[in-house]
Design a protein around this ligand. Structure first.
Ligand code: SF4
Ligand code: SF4
Length: 171
């Protein structure tokens, strides 16, 4: 009989202790946010989705050489005489292979950087093919997708705007 009441007493004590903690934290500001309605800003050095600016790129391919995963491919533009100029015709990143190491951004010699990690952490793809993204001057981020069978770039069925106002480091 004594054991029975002792157990009830211990249970009540434990509940009271738990409620004490709840009461203490009830009046402190919340540390969580209501995602996706509220979003936390990543810290400044965060390596999010890579973005590219065809307008500043000089087609030097240093980023492609620096990439350990070989996920950057590009083609430089040719002039009327068939000579290569310091502009890209297209530039592609295979996000399926990218490890977000930032070596491409560090290797890029332009100021501001022509390839850089945005602060975007929400990128999602619908399939493997969708993961290779190509940029061309005059087209918004996420232009064409790479067809692995034909080894050609093709127009996507719909554009996926990953980040409309990209953050870019100045140096
Ligand atoms: S972040 Fe790293 S793995 Fe990704 S494209 Fe740049 S160099 Fe390659
Ligand atoms: S993104 Fe930078 S490193 Fe890569 S080709 Fe363009 S200018 Fe060169």
């Amino acid at each position: 009989m004594i054991d029975y009441f002792l157990e009830i007493w211990t249970a009540a004590l434990n509940i009271a202790k738990g409620l004490q903690v709840t009461w203490r934290y009830l009046w402190k500001p919340a540390v969580t946010v209501q995602y996706p309605f509220e979003k936390l800003a990543p810290y400044a050095g965060f390596r999010g989705t890579l973005l590219f600016d065809a307008a500043t790129c000089i087609a030097c391919a240093l980023c492609a050489k620096a990439c350990p995963s070989e996920c950057i491919t590009l083609e430089s533009r040719k002039n009327e005489q068939g000579k290569r100029v310091a502009k890209v015709d297209w530039y592609a990143v295979d996000f399926g292979k990218c490890n977000f190491c930032r070596l491409c951004e560090e290797a890029c010699p332009t100021k501001p950087k022509s390839v850089w990690h945005s602060l975007d952490y929400e990128v999602a793809f619908h399939g493997r093919e969708d993961m290779t993204r190509c940029w061309q001057e005059g087209t918004p981020f996420v232009g064409s997708v790479y067809d692995r069978k034909t080894k050609k770039f093709k127009k996507p069925k719909s554009h996926l705007q990953v980040q409309s106002t990209p953050a870019r480091r100045s140096a």
